[in-house]
Design a protein around this ligand. Structure first.
Ligand code: ACO
Length: 351
């Protein structure tokens, strides 16, 4: 018995933000962004109407329709995001409620492994299906990055890369030979702060030994360190990225995790019908493609149109490739990700 993806769906907000739009609000250029990242435009959610969960709901409805099942058939939800509606509770329960599944009181699990979130979520779903604990699981990745990017020149190295959107899959046990053959999950916490949003948080400077930077130098038991004026003044509530370290590590770990999947199943790169890498950066995807000797038609890239949507990027790309007819039932797919944590991993499956 294997875990099969029986439905896919994605949703991206209507509002298109081009590189030229960004040129108007910060010191950047279309040429710089295209050359370094491959991105031409991204989508930004409507702030008063959309959230990470509402986008996930749209993607989930489409995945459920595509699977040809009723929502009530879902018996577990796994939700990957780094940009949740609330600090707590997680988006899983909000999506459960939106889908009307609170009446069934099914479990809802949130995953916090950022760009690798969907791979972790899919791997967990695979374990639950294969042990027989659940029959039908909804696996979602959704991000609303635009809720908290530094859209000034100060934040340009990070904010030009990210976009909003959601993707979802429905998985179920299958005995027809298709389904997930292998997943591998990795992390190295040594680099936790190299791609991170560390505030709001409870650390009060614990990791960098600089409590004053967080307005926590004299903090007593009753003082707020989670969020305060110093944190806002120092712009510590925005994501930070050591871009060059991320690039150098990503190109190594992407190839490693894909090769681990291939080697442990006796396959080679030429067996892959479609590689769907996390859409981190087009240069990273091109580097992996070259290193693995893959043709253009073996790799799906859509970062040009959506930017980097973190946990949503793989399920969006997967659903889009299915919709475009670029993936057929029975194709060998490899999904692979690398990102904040650092975390990385991949999944190999017959679609
Ligand atoms: N527009 C114009 N100039 C910019 C911008 C921008 N948006 N951002 C930075 N610059 C400037 C910098 O200030 C710097 O100027 P200086 O030389 O005067 O100091 C110059 O461009 C070069 O900056 P670097 O950071 O050295 O640029 P680099 O060539 O490393 O490119 C980038 C930055 C694109 C982030 C690159 O490091 C990269 O591709 N890293 C991989 C990270 C990545 O893709 N992350 C995706 C998210 S994480 C994930 O999903 C895994």
């Amino acid at each position: 018995m294997k875990t099969k993806i029986i439905g896919t769906g994605y949703y991206v907000p209507e509002t298109v933000v081009t590189n030229h739009d960004l040129e108007r609000i910060m010191d950047t250029s279309d040429a710089w962004i295209v050359e370094r990242t491959g991105i031409h435009e991204r989508r930004f959610a409507k702030k008063t109407e959309e959230t990470t969960t509402t986008m996930a709901y749209e993607a989930s409805k489409r995945a459920i329709d595509n699977a040809g099942i009723a929502p009530e058939e879902i018996d577990f939800i796994i939700f990957a995001t780094l940009s949740p509606d609330y600090f707590f509770p997680g988006c899983g329960v909000l999506l459960q409620r939106m889908l009307g599944l609170h009446k069934k009181e099914i479990g809802a699990l949130d995953i916090r492994t950022q760009c690798t979130g969907f791979i972790y979520a899919l791997s967990i779903a695979d374990q639950f299906i294969r042990t027989g604990m659940y029959k039908t699981i909804l696996v979602v990745g959704s991000e609303m990055h635009s809720m908290g990017l530094d859209m000034t020149t100060r934040g340009r190295a990070v904010s030009v890369i990210f976009g909003d959107g959601a993707g979802a899959v429905v998985v179920r046990a299958s005995e027809d030979g298709s389904g997930i053959l292998h997943t591998n999950l990795h992390a190295n916490g040594e680099f936790a702060e190299e791609l991170a949003m560390t505030c709001p948080g409870c650390h009060a400077g614990h990791y960098d030994g600089d409590p004053a930077k967080y307005g926590a130098e004299n903090a007593g038991p009753f003082d707020a360190v989670f969020i305060n004026e110093t944190i806002l003044k120092n712009a510590l509530h925005y994501p930070y990225m050591n871009g060059q370290l991320v690039f150098k590590t990503a190109v190594v770990k992407f190839v490693e995790t894909i090769m681990e999947a291939l080697q442990s199943t006796g396959k080679t790169p030429s067996d892959i019908d479609m590689l769907i890498p996390h859409q981190a950066n087009l240069r990273i995807s091109k580097f992996i493609q070259k290193r693995m000797g893959l043709r253009d038609d073996q790799v799906w890239n859509n970062i040009q149109r959506y930017g980097n949507t973190t946990a949503a990027s793989i399920p969006i790309a997967l659903a889009e490739a299915v919709e475009a007819g670029a993936i057929q039932r029975g194709d060998l797919l490899c999904l692979a990700a690398f990102g904040s944590g650092f975390t990385w991993g991949s999944a190999l499956l017959y679609y």
